[in-house]
Ligand binder design. Structure first.
Ligand code: FES
Length: 67
């Protein structure tokens, strides 16, 4: 168990760039698409291992916006 108490928002989605869930959410709320978020943060442009997690997060945020 980690001694550090992190929230879901603090969760690092992209290990290569250190991009957090909260950062992606902020950029999405500013109207950026996945490609723009990638360019802005460096996420997905390293190993690419976070691509599906970020796509899923952006889909969730998009669905929440439409409700
Ligand atoms: S984990 Fe995001 S590019 Fe490697």
């Amino acid at each position: 168990m980690s001694a550090r108490n992190t929230t879901l928002a603090d969760e690092i989605i992209c290990q290569c760039s250190g991009t957090t869930r909260a950062h992606i959410q902020r950029l999405f709320e500013q109207g950026l698409c996945t490609d723009d978020i990638s360019r802005r943060t460096g996420a997905i442009s390293g190993c690419g291992g976070c691509e599906w997690d970020i796509a899923e997060l952006v889909n969730e945020l998009s669905n929440q916006q439409q409700k």
